[in-house]
Design a binder for this molecule. Structure first.
Ligand code: GLO
Length: 542
């Protein structure tokens, strides 16, 4: 069944880093408003805003203090309403990032719980007595290099936090809490937003008794990554909120493989429309902290497996970059001559496969890894905690810095590069996080003027996807799938047949097969006898 969100190109904005309109060094809603025409010209259909709610910003807004208030750094509710209108006036949709697994410890619910343990709000969170020896209730570790429990002497109890010590996990077993959440989500939907990106939504159900976990990278994770009530809660969310509106939902499935994620998105189950899968972000044996050359043959395998799971009942997402991961482009190559074709390769792939496609701000410009100079430049709580932990384990400052720098989430949170002016045109003030030094050559203004730029290639690839719905809905059939370093496939339905050929390597490659078609878009402009490094071409066959 065809749906607007299946055909959509979504664009993730990290508001802090997108565009600053008032010179305080922090991006804001009016800054986003001023770039709506840029987004429209790119071909964006859905704008996704990372959290813009009132928050002490321990985790840059993923720690919400008030779900119904705009963070003062970003503007006011009036600014938000104007932005939403501006998005809709351009025929685009807006989805909100929603953090439902936890709130800030400064949220009034948590504060009420602390003040009065008999209040109903106490049970909105997850409290336990410590062990007899004074240690936490279990051995769980948070995602941010700390134990997952805070001790509150006033209650003589511990409260669970899977992320930072200021992000307190909500108790989804409490029906009153769930009611508050549905009310709040419906309030945003009634305002006119078009859906939600749901942060770590698969973590909301924890196993009964919160048993000790097996010691590992994140000790305890098996006790909540796919909890016993997850499907029940998602169905309730769908029944009480999503299905009441023409909405689109994308859930973040943290620590889940592609196969498990499908269980949350089958249309017949009425839970979420789509989820993100990140298992292709790094090749096996590597993490976001490794600096290595990503082998695109691995990506090809991943795509062949996942595109196959597409059927009438399930829909995928295509995503290569977000605010939690280093730039994908820089994993493929850091060789100056290869960067442009590699960026175009990713663009062509994304716009010719099945799935709702996501672009992360700056991806369309070929923004790349940031050469951090010192740990004092890190702003991300995950990176800072990890750095401190490494020091406490005996690493030198230099060693700890070298380890964290390539993987810190600050990598993709570095401000947008709009122009070659001071601070890349992001702000007239002092940016909250350093920019990449290369904004004098990599920036939107210059790329707009250059017909061969990465930006204009993204525009062209998106425009092909919009003109030819076969690229969205057609059958995916691999061509010469055994051929190493080569990725070929056709997309076909009653309306047409298209062919994509890609050289996955940095060397020249003989075509394993010649197809007779019209070149619609090529990363080198025209096609030649052999495929050049990372060359990617799209043809119409009929
Ligand atoms: C990824 C999120 C991340 C948040 C975390 C806590 O896992 O997108 O940025 O820090 O979920 O809310």
């Amino acid at each position: 069944e065809r749906k607007w969100w299946k055909e959509a190109v979504a664009y993730q904005i990290y508001p802090m880093s997108f565009c600053d309109s008032n010179g305080d060094g922090i991006g804001d809603l009016n800054g986003i408003y001023s770039k709506l025409d840029y987004l429209k010209a790119l071909g964006v259909d859905i704008v996704w805003l990372s959290p813009i709610y009132d928050s002490p910003n321990d985790d840059n807004g993923y720690d919400i203090r008030d779900y119904r208030k705009i963070h003062a750094d970003y503007g006011t509710m009036e600014d938000f309403d104007r932005l939403l209108e501006g998005v809709h006036a351009r025929g685009m949709k807006l989805i909100m990032d929603m953090v439902l697994n936890h709130t800030s410890d400064e949220h009034p619910w948590f504060q009420a719980a602390l003040k009065d343990p008999t209040s109903k709000y106490k049970d909105y969170y997850i409290w336990r007595k410590g062990k007899a020896d004074g240690t936490p209730p279990n051995n769980w570790q948070s995602f941010f290099s700390e134990p997952a429990w805070n001790y509150y002497p006033e209650l003589d109890e511990w409260a669970l936090h899977l992320f930072s010590r200021k992000q307190m996990d909500l108790n989804w077993e409490n029906p009153e809490l769930r009611e508050e959440v549905y009310d709040m989500l419906n309030w945003w939907m009634d305002k006119g937003v078009d859906g939600f990106r749901l942060d770590v939504i698969n973590l909301i159900s924890k196993f009964e008794g919160l048993p000790d976990g097996e010691e590992g990278f994140i000790t305890g994770i098996e006790n909540y990554v796919y909890g016993p009530h997850l499907h029940e809660y998602l169905q309730e969310l769908n029944r009480r909120v999503f299905s009441l509106h023409d909405s689109y939902t994308v859930g973040e499935g943290c620590g889940l493989g592609a196969a498990t994620q499908v269980s949350m998105t089958l249309a017949s189950r009425k839970e979420l429309n789509t989820t993100f899968c990140f298992s292709h972000f790094d090749t096996p044996g590597h993490s976001k902290y490794s600096t290595y050359r990503y082998d695109l043959n691995y990506l090809k395998d991943y795509i062949m497996k996942t595109q196959g799971t597409q059927d009438a009942d399930n829909w995928l997402t295509l995503v290569f970059e977000n605010h939690d991961q280093p730039r994908f482009l820089s994993k493929i190559t850091r060789e100056p001559g290869e960067i442009e074709p590699a960026a175009k390769l990713v663009a062509l792939l994304e716009m010719t496969l099945c799935g709702t496609t996501f672009i992360y701000e700056g991806q369309e410009l070929g923004m790349r890894f940031v050469e951090f100079k010192h740990a004092s430049e890190f702003r991300d709580v995950e990176a800072i905690n990890m750095y401190k932990k490494l020091l406490s384990e005996g690493k030198t400052e230099e060693e700890a810095f070298r380890f964290v720098a390539p993987g810190t989430r600050d990598q993709t949170r570095a401000p947008m590069q709009w122009t070659s002016d001071a601070n890349g045109g992001f702000t007239t003030g002092t940016p909250w996080l350093r920019l990449n030094d290369n904004f004098d050559t990599v920036n939107a203004a210059d790329e707009e003027k250059d017909p061969d730029s990465i930006l204009n290639f993204y525009r062209a690839a998106i425009s092909q996807r919009k003109q030819n719905k076969t690229l969205v809905y057609g059958d995916f059939v691999p061509v010469c799938p055994e051929q190493k370093d080569f990725f070929g496939y056709t997309r076909e339905d009653a309306d047409g047949k298209y062919y994509v050929e890609i050289n996955l390597s940095a060397h020249e490659l003989e075509r394993p097969v010649e197809m007779n078609g019209t070149l619609l878009l090529g990363s080198y402009g025209t096609a030649e006898k052999a495929l050049r490094p990372f060359e990617a071409n799209l043809y119409r066959l009929r």
